[in-house]
Ligand binder design. Structure first.
Ligand code: ADP
Length: 395
């Protein structure tokens, strides 16, 4: 199968939306979003109707495969897979770990299988890239029997983005992917950091769920778990209210009322203290992870910013890495102000700081084609590696 001849439909089914993009080879030839699924006021009543609408509007002649984004692959999936009944049942079993996402992803798979019965369906998991994280990085320090019983461990998310971005970083630096160590910073509405050693994820900031780690648009990221007990005991909050507070009313929106970084930057520039504080909390958290992952990796070749904020905010990039010159990390103001995929550190800097536009859909296309061809993408792209190949210092 030649990569250029493939026609792949990428589906990303969320709880109330379906995002789709049709690719001929590596070119997106059609795409869009159906929103407000199941909501009153005119949207499609369910995912089946939404997908019927999407498929009816596309020229699917010669469709090679459908690549589905699936948020949670648990410990079962370390790579993308061809969907069959067993895979569907496994994704179903993982619903308790991703109650908002996996049911919608599954609905997309089931409807696509029904409507396109002769087309191979491939599931690409957000968690799969992180299956190479050593046990010491995936284990929470709690009673191990309790953890085992309830599936409590670090799974990590944004794997397709971190895989794509770290590979692109190697291309940008013209170095073999297997030889470089990268810290990848995905800063969108959701945000996560990932340490990638020789193409393998060895640490990531999102944990059992996408709530842990960096400050996000509406999520708190790291906090002391006692805050939850305190809100329950002293504040009388219900567990669901705390869940809602930390997932939807925290982070930038919690600190400023705005979940959009552009608004926060504007208000900071106008001298508003809450916006200024939110900016500082946000960038300080990133800096902390950069330091931690520097220590874990031992040697860092590149730090790469990606997603909406990472790609477009020179202020956040500069503030997050300010004062790290002793670690060989610096940002050149002129390069930082430029555009496109590029290196933004000074030429003599020991660590290359990069900006790379992420493309999770294209990564899903490449992984889907790789599954159909029974081929592995370059080292570590969601493929598990045999134990001895793991970086020794990190296991
Ligand atoms: P998602 O995670 O939903 O895919 P994106 O990757 O598009 O989100 O990132 C959304 C974030 O990017 C928002 O906080 C938005 O304010 C921010 N953003 C977009 N453009 C800019 C910009 N020019 N400067 C700073 N932040 C930006």
């Amino acid at each position: 199968m030649s990569g250029d001849a493939t026609r792949i439909l990428v589906l990303n089914c969320g709880s109330s939306s379906v995002k789709y993009r049709l690719y001929a080879g590596r070119d997106a030839v059609a795409g869009g979003t159906v929103e407000r699924i199941g909501e009153s006021g005119g949207g499609p009543v369910n995912h089946e109707m939404a997908l019927r609408e999407v498929l009816a509007g596309l020229d699917l002649t010669g469709l090679t495969a459908v690549g589905h984004r699936v948020v949670h692959g648990g410990t079962l999936f370390a790579a993308p897979v061809l969907v069959d009944d067993t895979v569907v049942a496994a994704i179903q079993d993982l619903i308790p770990l991703a109650p908002l996402h996996n049911p919608a992803n599954l609905a997309g798979i089931e409807v696509a299988r029904q409507l396109l019965p002769d087309v191979p369906q491939v599931a690409v998991f957000d968690t799969a890239f992180h299956r190479t994280i050593p046990e010491a990085g995936a284990t929470y320090a709690i009673d191990l029997a309790v953890a085992e019983r309830f599936g409590i461990r670090r799974y990590g998310f944004h794997g397709t983005s971190h895989a794509y971005v770290s590979r692109r970083t190697a291309v940008l630096l013209d170095r073999p992917y297997e030889e470089i160590n990268t810290i990848s910073l995905h800063l969108g509405n959701g945000a996560s950091a990932c340490a990638v050693a020789g193409g393998l994820s060895v640490a990531t900031s999102m944990g059992m769920s996408p709530l842990e780690g960096l400050v996000m648009g509406t999520r708190s990221g790291d906090l002391d778990p006692t805050i939850i007990f305190h809100l329950r005991r002293e504040g009388g909050f219900a567990v669901d209210d705390i869940d809602d507070l930390l997932n939807y009313r925290s982070g930038l929106v919690g600190m400023t009322g705005d979940n959009d970084m552009r608004a926060v930057l504007r208000r900071r520039a106008e001298g508003e203290p809450a916006a200024s504080l939110a900016f500082d909390v946000y960038s300080r958290r990133i800096k902390g992870y950069v330091g931690a992952y520097y220590a874990l990796l031992g040697r860092v070749d590149a730090i790469t910013f990606t997603a909406g904020i990472g790609e477009k905010s020179p202020e956040i990039r500069a503030a997050s890495l300010a004062g790290l010159e002793r670690l060989g990390i610096a940002v050149d103001p002129q390069r930082n102000a430029g555009r496109g995929d590029r290196v933004i550190s000074p030429p003599e800097a020991e660590v290359a700081v990069c900006v790379v536009a992420t493309d999770e859909e294209l990564e899903i296309v490449e992984e889907t084609v790789a599954v159909l061809e029974h081929r592995q993408l370059p080292a570590g792209t969601t493929q598990p590696v045999p134990e001895p190949e793991r970086p020794k210092a990190l296991s």
